[in-house]
Write a protein that binds this ligand. Structure first.
Ligand SMILES: *[C@@H]1O[C@H](CO)[C@@H](O)[C@H](O)[C@H]1NC(C)=O
Ligand SMILES: *[C@@H]1O[C@H](CO)[C@@H](O)[C@H](O)[C@H]1NC(C)=O
Ligand SMILES: *[C@@H]1O[C@H](CO)[C@@H](O)[C@H](O)[C@H]1NC(C)=O
Length: 228
């Protein structure tokens, strides 16, 4: 159990156009999903490309920020994914009654290795110039007690336990008719059907590589200069 079940008040902020929250962990293919969703006509927000937009959500989850401020970053987007957006699913359920949820899954060992490889390739998080101390809880799944920069058997166990707990809890809390559990080998059909759009006549995009992510980090780094 990661966070206690709670009653979330409706905020005054309404995003009636918000359609889809990917509640899968980072490194479960969220970058490919961003491209796939664009092909399906959505305008998704991927947090890796927009570091400044993470902050109000981090502040809400781990600091003293409001939910209204957290949701305000979704304005203009109709889908969102990656940390920390994948953690605010209960709030999204309560506030966007028509929104749907997508749980991108990956084999746990594969997921863990992939994350370690990424973080180590990134050069030990050179882009994490935190504005506020609580932000440290808001990157690389530190809130799950993951430690990809200095992985040990103990932190790995803890991290994988929380990965599994998140995936299980999401499926407990989100009604089945609002949730698609998505495996990358599934391709377009279940996704298009779930979103009630035609199956595209295109190959399914796979852009989820370390180098893609490093480009994303570079975008995010530039955005910091512009927006923070
Ligand atoms: C919220 O937290 C920040 C530090 O993260 C602090 O500077 C600010 O005073 C706090 N605001 C309130 C209303 O408590
Ligand atoms: C995804 O589907 C493939 C093919 O059926 C299967 O081998 C794999 O274990 C599935 N992944 C997960 C995380 O369930
Ligand atoms: C992370 O570790 C701390 C310290 O051991 C513990 O109090 C906390 O419950 C752990 N968090 C999770 C999500 O497991």
């Amino acid at each position: 159990m990661l966070r206690p079940l709670a009653f979330f008040c409706l905020t005054s902020f309404r995003l009636s156009a918000f359609k889809l929250l990917d509640v899968g962990a980072p490194r479960t293919g969220t970058q490919s999903m961003t491209v796939a969703l664009r092909t399906l006509g959505l305008n998704p927000l991927h947090s890796g490309h927009h570091k400044p937009l993470r902050l109000p959500v981090c502040r809400y989850l781990f600091g003293n920020g409001s939910l209204d401020d957290a949701f305000s970053v979704l304005d203009g987007y109709d889908a969102a994914m990656d940390e920390p957006f994948m953690l605010i699913y209960e709030e999204a359920m309560a506030n966007f009654p028509d929104a749907k949820f997508l749980l991108t899954i990956s084999d746990p060992e594969h997921w863990y290795k992939n994350y370690v490889d990424l973080v180590q390739a990134d050069g030990a998080g050179w882009w994490f110039n935190f504005v506020e101390t609580f932000e440290q809880k808001c990157y690389d799944m530190a809130s799950w007690n993951c430690s990809f920069t200095a992985p040990s058997e103990e932190t790995k166990k803890e991290c994988l336990k929380n990965y599994a707990a998140h995936n299980a809890r999401v499926q407990e809390v989100i009604p089945a008719e609002r949730l698609l559990v998505y495996n990358w080998s599934d391709g377009w059909a279940p996704l298009a059907h779930f979103l009630q759009v035609p199956v595209p006549d295109k190959e399914f995009p796979y852009v989820d590589t370390n180098s893609e992510r490093i480009y994303a980090v570079a975008d995010a780094y530039e955005a910091i200069g512009e927006a923070v």
